[in-house]
Design a protein around this ligand. Structure first.
Ligand SMILES: [Zn+2]
Length: 84
Protein backbone atom coordinates (compact mmCIF):
# COMPACT_ATOMS: atom_id res chain seq x y z
CA UNK A 1 0.00 0.00 0.00
CA UNK A 2 1.08 3.55 -0.63
CA UNK A 3 2.48 5.63 2.20
CA UNK A 4 -0.19 7.45 4.14
CA UNK A 5 -0.66 11.05 3.00
CA UNK A 6 -0.19 13.50 5.87
CA UNK A 7 -1.12 16.55 3.80
CA UNK A 8 -3.99 17.05 1.40
CA UNK A 9 -2.98 15.61 -1.96
CA UNK A 10 -3.58 17.45 -5.25
CA UNK A 11 -6.70 16.34 -7.09
CA UNK A 12 -5.79 13.57 -9.59
CA UNK A 13 -8.18 15.05 -12.16
CA UNK A 14 -7.84 18.86 -12.01
CA UNK A 15 -4.60 19.12 -10.00
CA UNK A 16 -6.04 21.77 -7.67
CA UNK A 17 -5.22 21.79 -3.99
CA UNK A 18 -8.93 21.70 -3.16
CA UNK A 19 -9.07 18.15 -1.78
CA UNK A 20 -11.01 17.63 1.43
CA UNK A 21 -10.66 14.54 3.59
CA UNK A 22 -14.03 12.74 3.67
CA UNK A 23 -13.47 9.35 5.34
CA UNK A 24 -10.72 7.17 6.71
CA UNK A 25 -10.49 3.41 7.02
CA UNK A 26 -9.14 2.43 10.42
CA UNK A 27 -7.80 -1.03 11.25
CA UNK A 28 -6.46 -1.76 14.73
CA UNK A 29 -6.25 1.96 15.40
CA UNK A 30 -4.17 2.61 12.27
CA UNK A 31 -5.36 4.55 9.21
CA UNK A 32 -5.17 2.24 6.19
CA UNK A 33 -6.90 4.39 3.53
CA UNK A 34 -8.46 7.79 3.11
CA UNK A 35 -11.20 9.07 0.83
CA UNK A 36 -10.68 12.54 -0.63
CA UNK A 37 -13.11 14.79 -2.46
CA UNK A 38 -12.10 17.66 -4.73
CA UNK A 39 -14.28 20.69 -4.03
CA UNK A 40 -13.37 22.19 -7.44
CA UNK A 41 -14.21 19.39 -9.89
CA UNK A 42 -16.09 16.95 -7.58
CA UNK A 43 -13.70 14.05 -8.23
CA UNK A 44 -13.68 11.63 -5.29
CA UNK A 45 -11.03 8.99 -4.74
CA UNK A 46 -9.58 6.58 -2.21
CA UNK A 47 -5.81 6.85 -1.84
CA UNK A 48 -5.44 3.07 -2.15
CA UNK A 49 -6.84 2.98 -5.71
CA UNK A 50 -4.54 1.89 -8.60
CA UNK A 51 -2.16 4.49 -10.09
CA UNK A 52 -4.10 4.52 -13.37
CA UNK A 53 -6.96 6.06 -11.39
CA UNK A 54 -5.22 8.42 -8.97
CA UNK A 55 -1.67 9.13 -10.20
CA UNK A 56 -1.47 12.40 -12.14
CA UNK A 57 1.29 10.98 -14.37
CA UNK A 58 -0.55 7.74 -15.16
CA UNK A 59 -4.13 8.89 -15.71
CA UNK A 60 -5.41 9.10 -19.28
CA UNK A 61 -4.88 12.60 -20.71
CA UNK A 62 -8.48 12.84 -21.99
CA UNK A 63 -9.76 12.51 -18.43
CA UNK A 64 -7.80 15.44 -17.02
CA UNK A 65 -9.34 18.84 -16.19
CA UNK A 66 -6.31 20.96 -15.26
CA UNK A 67 -6.87 24.51 -16.50
CA UNK A 68 -10.36 23.72 -17.80
CA UNK A 69 -13.18 26.20 -17.11
CA UNK A 70 -15.64 23.81 -15.49
CA UNK A 71 -18.55 26.19 -16.08
CA UNK A 72 -18.10 25.69 -19.83
CA UNK A 73 -18.46 21.92 -19.77
CA UNK A 74 -21.64 20.38 -21.12
CA UNK A 75 -23.86 19.03 -18.35
CA UNK A 76 -24.99 15.48 -18.99
CA UNK A 77 -27.38 15.47 -16.05
CA UNK A 78 -28.83 18.87 -15.24
CA UNK A 79 -28.89 20.00 -11.61
CA UNK A 80 -32.29 19.44 -10.01
CA UNK A 81 -32.87 23.21 -9.61
CA UNK A 82 -32.42 23.94 -13.34
CA UNK A 83 -35.59 25.42 -14.94
CA UNK A 84 -36.96 23.31 -17.79
ZN1 LIG B 1 -10.40 18.25 -8.93
Amino acid sequence: MNAIQEVNPPCPRCESQAAALMHQGIDNGERVWSIWHCTRCAFTWRDSEPPASIDLRKRAAWSQLKGVDLTQLRQVILPSDTPR
